[in-house]
Each structure stands twice: as structure tokens, then as C-alpha cells.
Design a binder for this molecule. Structure first.
Ligand SMILES: [Zn+2]
Length: 428
């Protein structure tokens, strides 16, 4: 299986959004391709955390799945529907100077790729769609807990039986309902004749270009994110089954597991091999964080991780969750050292810079003579260089831990005034 990252770079044009989406191709080369597009609306987290989990915990063994987990990335970070306006109303016409233009143009191109056989556009919609009006939340105008189709069918395409496919998947989703009122239905907006606004949407653009597409909506009125993510993942699986796409996932699909997996934020890496930071339990603010004077470059396995300039440094996000604020200090980055020697609980080992040193009780790190080690949160009178000094967990000042549980500390290596990298010490 190939997993390819095509575009996750900061846009270059001034008149463009700050962050571009990333495309992940999970391909076996044979069979049909399902294209999952998440995050068109930034305040609909079910629609982007589901594809994020899908990317990290599923493997495709037959057929192909393309995933864009973060289409409207700038709006996701701000938890806003669309900071440059509603992106899902820009697929018929878009102004030349619209900040979303590059993103809309790029996603359109991908959608029209001849390989793509079916497109899903993910949302958390208002209320709970019901064909018969009951009250404010349960009525035909609601969008939540529904598969939204623009028309009954799209003739001449393999997956053009939209209503039939949608109702099959809805029925399957209704097997894993956490509450009866969460039942899924199919909503046909009859876009061509009856819904002018929807004529500007992503799915209708697809339909007009002979690409089967539909929206998968969980409800904004379900406040529990894992519940929404569970429903989205279940529907991906049902669509894949319909398309003969085979997969493996590394967990059992239930609410408890999805809840636990959503607490894993992944890592932030500062290349090349400078810093690796575990994000899940990171403290809300971290001081004196070293950063390259030439500017920040970072990467993460989690496609929803972004690091954004703030007043005092940078803020780290996982989707709409602000993970931590880093107050930064800039340094010249020195790449001359790749690894150091460390002793963890009496055991000698080599540790790559920009990686972890696992420790039970105590450790020491030896850096070469022209380098200096600074263990943050530990100080020994008279020692400016902490190379070769044995340090026990109890000697740390917890205020300086990287994590809320006070188990993770940083050891920073310098050469003169330059920063050479960090070893993150993890106590059991
Ligand atoms: Zn939406």
C-alpha cells in the first residue's frame, strides 16, 4: 500500500489561505477509488477527526481510498464554519481574489481525476433529519444524521444509484447507534430543481461532472465527538464494502476505542532530527522552546496538527483543539551532532537526537566535549554543562515537565550559541 502526501505546504500566494489541505492516497493500484473529503466546514469536527483516525488506523488491502482530512484547514484551527466565507458555496462560481480559490480549484481537479469512482463530503449538520416534521430539531429541514444526495441517481456511472447506496449505508449505520434518536436517513435535496444554494456545493459540482458524490452528515446536536467519529468511520466501511475495497483496521470499532484513539494527538517533529515532541499530554504552555532563527519547519504524522505563529511564539493545534502555546527563543540550528551516548537505569545506549530516552529511575547523557547539555527542570550548583551527570526523576522540578503528568522532560544540546537538538526523556 502506498500512502502518499502530496500537498501539505503553506500556500505561497499572498491571496491564498494560510494552510493548504493534504492529500493521502491509500492505494493498491487495482479496483475502484473512494475519495473521502473532510473538513470543508471548520466547526464540524466529526468531519475531520474521522478521516484523521482512518488514516492512522486503517490499511487498504484491495481497491483504493484517497483522503483529504483537512480541506478548510484555516477554518478548522479556528473552529469556524468558514473564515473566508462558506467554502461549500464556492463550487459553481468563485471570485479570482477569493482566499479559498486555490483550495477549491485544487480539490476540484482531484475530484475529476478519472480514477475517482465515488466522493464523500463529510459534515456535522444541524439537528436530526426526519422526512416528517416533529419539532425544531427533528424535521425535513435538518441536516444531521443523514446521507445527503442531490438527486436520486446519476445515470451512466458505476456508483450513480445514489439513493440506493445511501439507504443501504444508512441502514448499516443504524446498527451501531448509541441512541435511537441518532438514526440515519437519506435526504434528497433535489438540487437541480429545488435547492439553489446547494447548486454551489462540492457534491453538486461532482454530479454535474458525472462523478457520483454525496454528503455524510452526523449531527451538531450530538455533543460527543467520538460518537460522531464512530458513525463516520462506520459509513466509510460500508461504502468501502459496496465498492469491494478491502481494509484492515488495528482496533475494534466501538465507542470506547474511538474515544481512546481520539486522545492520541501524535507527535510534532522539527526536522532534520532536531526535536520530537509527544503531543497527547502536552502542557498548555511551554516556555523557552528553541526554534530555528530562519523560521519554523515542522511535520507530523497527524494531518490535523498545525503550528501557527502567535504573539509570544507559536500555538500547536490538533484540528480545533489548541494543544499548547510555545514561547519560543530563536537560535541558529547546528546539524553537526546526530546522536549522543546515554545511560538509562545503568544501561549504556546510543540515542538519536530528536528522539526519546525511556527511563525508569535515573539517566545520564554524555555529549562530546565541545557541546553542552542543558537538562530543563534540573539544576546542580556550579554545573553549567550537565553532560555526564546522573539525574533521578525525583530531582526534577515538575514545573518544567513537558507534559501534564510530569513524566516527560527535555534535555537540550548546544554548541556555543547554537542549538543542536533535543532528547526527550520519558519516565515510566
Ligand atoms: Zn457542513
Amino acid at each position: 500500500m502506498k500512502k502518499l502526501l502530496i500537498a501539505a505546504l503553506t500556500a505561497l500566494s499572498l491571496n491564498a489561505a494560510n494552510l493548504h489541505f493534504s492529500l493521502h492516497k491509500m492505494e493498491t493500484g487495482k479496483g475502484d477509488t473512494l475519495f473521502i473529503i473532510g473538513g470543508i466546514h471548520g466547526n464540524e469536527p466529526g468531519g475531520y477527526f474521522a478521516p484523521m483516525l482512518f488514516l492512522s488506523h486503517y490499511k487498504i488491502t484491495e481497491g483504493n481510498v484517497w483522503v483529504v482530512p483537512n480541506l478548510n484547514f484555516d477554518s478548522i484551527l479556528q473552529n469556524q464554519r468558514g473564515i473566508y466565507g462558506d467554502m461549500n458555496r464556492k463550487f459553481a462560481v468563485i471570485k479570482k481574489d477569493d482566499k479559498d480559490k486555490e483550495i477549491v480549484d485544487d480539490i476540484k481537479k482531484l475530484m475529476l481525476d478519472p480514477k475517482v469512482s465515488l466522493i464523500l463530503n463529510l459534515h456535522d449538520g444541524h439537528g436530526f433529519y426526519r422526512p416528517i416534521p416533529k419539532n425544531d430539531l427533528f424535521n425535513p429541514k435538518a441536516w444531521g444524521q443523514a446521507f445527503i444526495i442531490d438527486q436520486q441517481a446519476l445515470a451512466g456511472t458505476k456508483y450513480g444509484n445514489l439513493a440506493e447506496i445511501a439507504s443501504k449505508v444508512a441502514k448499516k449505520n443504524n446498527i451501531v447507534l448509541q441512541e435511537d434518536v441518532h438514526e440515519f436517513n437519506v435526504k434528497n435535496t433535489q438540487t437541480k430543481d429545488e435547492d439553489e444554494a446547494m447548486r454551489q456545493s462540492l457534491t453538486y459540482f461532482a454530479i454535474q461532472n458525472k462523478k457520483p458524490a454525496m454528503a455524510v452528515e452526523t449531527s451538531k446536536n450530538i455533543s460527543d465527538l467520538p460518537t460522531k467519529v464512530l458513525y463516520q468511520l462506520k459509513s466509510f466501511e460500508e461504502f468501502m464494502q459496496l465498492m469491494n475495497i478491502k481494509y484492515k483496521r488495528d482496533f475494534e470499532l466501538n465507542l470506547k476505542n474511538v474515544t481512546a484513539l481520539l486522545k492520541e494527538y501524535g507527535e510534532l517533529e522539527i526536522p532534520p532530527h532536531k526535536i520530537k515532541l509527544p503531543l497527547s499530554d502536552l502542557k498548555p504552555s511551554i516556555g523557552y522552546f528553541p526554534i530555528d532563527a530562519k523560521g519554523l519547519v515542522y511535520k507530523s504524522q497527524n494531518p490535523l496538527v498545525a503550528v501557527i505563529k502567535s504573539k509570544s511564539g507559536y500555538d500547536v493545534y490538533n484540528g480545533n483543539i489548541k494543544v499548547s502555546s510555545l514561547s519560543t527563543q530563536s537560535y541558529t540550528f547546528d546539524d553537526s551532532l546526530k546522536e549522543v551516548e546515554a545511560v538509562s537505569d545503568g544501561k549504556l545506549q546510543k540515542v538519536a537526537i530528536g528522539s526519546y530516552l525511556n527511563v525508569k529511575n535515573s539517566f545520564k547523557i554524555n555529549v562530546p566535549s565541545d557541546y553542552r547539555l542543558n537538562i530543563i527542570g534540573f539544576s546542580k550548583k556550579g554545573a553549567e554543562n550537565e553532560s555526564g551527570i546522573e539525574v533521578a526523576k525525583s530531582e526534577f522540578d515538575k514545573n518544567y515537565s513537558l507534559d501534564k503528568s510530569a513524566k516527560i522532560y527535555r534535555a537540550e544540546i548546544y554548541k556555543g550559541k547554537s542549538f543542536c537538538g533535543m532528547v526527550v526523556v520519558k519516565f515510566d
